[in-house]
Write a protein that binds this ligand. Structure first.
Ligand code: ZN
Length: 228
């Protein structure tokens, strides 16, 4: 009877984990659209850069969903082979996303630095950009709290990582807000500076992910060669 209730709880946990991951996809899709459209219309490099960051977040969300799905499938079959294969997918996916993040971050950095050099003629950012950027902070902080509560309940490490990511996204949106406020106060360069900082943060996110993936994959290979 205890094994039945354990199975029930596992299924319940899996459902909650998937629900949290899907909520993140939905929120990020909405935020990304609003950030890119309003960022472009209200002349905010910072908001636009943060919108591109949210696009990268969608990629990360996709990875979380894939990892959850593969680990559920592997747990069902309980074979070492499936586990190895799901780990290999995770490694390949993580490396792909880290390369995308580094490239996107550098591109954002480069574009905003070139905008900074002609900031004297750039129009100042419009108020709707500020409203959206503040909304992003609130939404990402709420997402952090929700995912973290599910992560603690289901003891899912990938959800813990995903929750902390949402918290760092809230910080990135704070940078965008500072840039927009600076631009509205008459320093147009501050918005491009914020965009450059966000670009660096995106690239750093990619570098951290790549390094973590390398370390984990190396540890697994070492464990494999010593015969486990
Ligand atoms: Zn992010």
């Amino acid at each position: 009877m205890s094994s039945t209730s354990k199975l029930d709880r596992e299924q319940h946990d899996t459902a909650a984990a998937f629900k949290a991951a899907r909520a993140s996809v939905l929120l990020n899709a909405v935020l990304m659209t609003v950030q890119i459209v309003i960022g472009w219309m209200a002349f905010s490099d910072g908001l636009l850069a943060d919108g591109i960051h949210t696009l990268a977040d969608l990629g990360a969300d996709g990875m979380v969903l894939i990892v959850l799905r593969l680990s559920t499938a592997a747990a069902h079959r309980r074979t070492g082979f499936e586990f190895d294969r799901s780990e290999r997918y995770e490694t390949a996916g993580s490396l792909l996303i880290s390369i995308l993040l580094i490239a996107t971050g550098m591109e954002t950095l480069w574009t905003s630095l070139s905008h900074m050099s002609d900031a004297g003629v750039a129009p100042s950012v419009h108020a709707p950009a500020l409203v959206v950027a503040v909304f992003v902070i609130v939404a990402k902080e709420a997402l952090f709290r929700y995912i973290m509560s599910v992560a603690r309940r289901t003891r899912s490490t990938i959800l813990v990582a995903s929750a902390w990511h949402a918290r760092s996204d809230a910080i990135s949106a704070c940078v965008a807000v500072l840039g927009i406020v600076g631009s509205m106060a008459g320093v147009p360069m501050s918005d491009s500076l914020a965009a450059a900082l966000i670009g660096l943060m995106i690239a750093r996110m990619g570098w951290t992910l790549a390094w973590k993936t390398f370390k984990e994959s190396f540890a697994r290979t070492a464990a494999g060669t010593t015969g486990r």
